[in-house]
Write a protein that binds this ligand. Structure first.
Ligand code: G16
Length: 543
């Protein structure tokens, strides 16, 4: 309920025409968000579409990137004007994405706003973003993001409470007119959650004799990793790299992949390499796992987690089902089949897992974009993935390489590679996709193509339909090529081409990616006529 004391300012504005939420909220250049009224119109449209009950509680936090503090001040005042009576916010505005998801659930909050552009670079010339989560802790479903977009087109005014932005530097509750702003330790609840899932005693003992290194990439995870790995499990502080969240990520591109986390890969390849290395991104939801100089492919990682879940205390009672996004390798499907549990194939975007998690249909899920998680939150969780692997290595006494080798021997190896083409002219990218879609019916039967289709998805829980979620080309030998446009960029377009090749021949389980994909990559490039449409002769990035 609005307190009678809360004075509200009503500000007139013009609508913006570029506020369609993407794969995970609205992401734009910082300078775009800095335009007068830009953040406010989007937030007001979201609040209008969300229609929170009077006296609602909302969780707010972000990855600490440039513009976070200012945005949180504005957001708090707008939440107050919308009748919210409690705002739970991380100290200094810091909350990792998975920690925010957990806090929403734990506090029974009605919603959450997470200020982040994920793994995108930060700083005044970098990116900013805002996403909103529902009371289940998961990202808003498509019907709501569509409603928000519609509302942004016709907005004419927004509402702000007339108090000054609260000080977030100390924990405790600050009362701003009718709103209680509760400033919490960002890590406390999350650390307890991890303690409930993993065998901390075993991991502590293991770390007494073995070294692991975690790279927080100057993103939000540093304080969480220090609290768990160092304070609880006894790892030296120096083994959590880039542990202080910085507004510009220290100039790093905080994306845990072999290219952007090259420093970590170098440590993994050194003669005295730690037994396990990991990294997470700007907002702490992505992860990369490395062991014995080998980067574990995200598709293998989630498959191995499912196959070994019985070894981890929080999962030892069994997993009801698993899910992966469509472009993610099908290594997970093979494990699910052996366990006799369902494996769902969803569109790209973590939000598509949330209904399945809420309905108890799945317990573990993952994506090729370095995202893995379980039913403990409704977001992907970078540090959780690292702790899962740490618990697994400690429980088996096996190196990461041994775990991979054993897995491939049992299930075969799903070689996987993503090739990204950055295309300045977004309309050229759209034309390429349209052309390919038009040619799909003619592909099967020629050049070893077994089937080709457009991926549409019907949510098995609520029946909602999401069409045009990518293009799949299946080859006779079980290989697969997937094409889709990224939904997280802030300029131009990025065509993602995903290659998968399944190998069961024991002599071919240790190939280099270049060898494994030599033929398939050229094939994928030619099939989509990439050079014709974009002028690009090769991929901009290979991951
Ligand atoms: C977001 C989504 C993920 C998705 C990823 C890549 O991750 O939450 O589900 O896989 O984007 O999406 P795209 O291929 O459209 O760029 P994050 O970590 O960026 O929030």
């Amino acid at each position: 309920m609005n307190s009678a004391k809360t004075d509200i300012e009503i500000v007139s504005c013009e609508a913006f025409d570029d506020q369609r939420p993407g794969t995970a909220g609205l992401r734009k250049k910082v300078r775009v968000f800095q335009q007068p009224h830009y953040l406010e119109t989007f937030v007001q449209a979201t609040l209008d579409a969300l229609s929170l009950p009077p006296g609602a509680a909302v969780v707010v936090g972000g990855d600490g990137r440039y513009h976070n503090r200012k945005a949180i001040g504005t957001l708090t005042r707008m939440l107050a004007a919308a009748g919210v009576s409690r705002v739970v916010v991380g100290q200094d505005g810091i909350l990792s994405t998975p920690a925010a998801s957990h806090l929403i659930r734990k506090r029974g909050a009605n919603a959450g706003f997470i200020l982040t552009a994920s793994h995108n670079p930060g700083g005044p010339d970098g990116d900013f973003g805002i996403k909103f989560n529902m009371s289940n802790g998961g990202q808003a479903p498509e019907r709501l993001t569509n409603a928000v977009y519609e509302a942004t087109k016709s907005i004419r005014e927004y509402r702000l409470a007339a108090f000054d932005a609260p000080d977030l530097s100390a924990t405790g509750t600050v009362h701003c007119d009718g709103v209680a702003v509760e400033v919490v330790d960002p890590a406390e609840d999350y650390v307890q959650l991890m303690e409930s899932l993993f065998d901390f005693d075993l991991m502590r003992e293991f770390l007494g004799a073995n070294r692991v290194v975690f790279d927080a990439m100057n993103g939000v995870t540093g304080p969480y990793a220090r609290a768990i790995l160092c304070d609880r499990l006894g790892a030296p502080a120096a083994d959590v790299l880039n542990a202080v969240p910085l507004e510009d990520f220290g100039g790093l591109h905080p994306d845990p992949n072999p290219v952007d986390a090259a420093e970590l890969v170098e440590i993994a390849e050194s003669s005295d390499a730690p037994i396990l290395l990991g990294a997470s991104d700007g907002d702490g939801d992505r992860n990369m796992i490395i062991g014995s100089g080998h980067v574990v492919s995200p598709g293998d990682s989630v498959a191995i987690m499912l196959a070994n879940a019985h070894r981890i205390p929080g999962y030892s009672n069994g997993i009801s089902g698993a899910a992966r996004s469509m472009p993610t390798s099908r290594a997970l499907d093979a494990v699910a089949e052996k366990l006799g549990i369902p494996c769902y194939e969803t569109p790209t975007g973590w939000r598509f897992f949330c209904n399945l998690l809420d309905d108890g249909r799945i317990g573990i899920c993952g994506e090729e974009s370095f995202g893995t998680s379980s039913a403990h939150v409704r977001e992907k969780d970078g540090l959780w993935a690292f702790l899962f692997w740490l618990n697994l290595v400690a429980a088996t006494g096996h190196s990461v390489q041994r775990i991979l080798d054993d897995h491939w021997t049992e299930y075969g190896r799903n070689y996987f590679q993503r090739r990204d083409y950055f295309i300045e002219d977004a309309s050229a990218a759209a034309a390429l996709i349209e052309d390919l879609k038009g040619r799909l019916p003619g592909l099967p039967g020629k050049h070893s193509v077994a089937a080709a289709d457009r991926f549409d998805y019907t949510d098995p829980v609520d029946g909602s339909v999401s069409t045009d979620q990518g293009i799949r080309v299946f080859l006779d030998d079980g290989s697969r090529i997937v094409y889709r446009l990224s939904g997280t960029g802030t300029s131009g377009a990025t065509l993602r081409v995903y290659l998968e090749r399944i190998e069961v021949d024991g002599d071919k389980l240790g190939m280099e990616a270049d060898v494994a994909f030599a033929g398939l990559a050229a094939r994928a490039h030619a099939t989509a006529r990439i050079t014709d449409f974009t002028g690009l002769e090769s991929a901009t990035a290979i991951i």
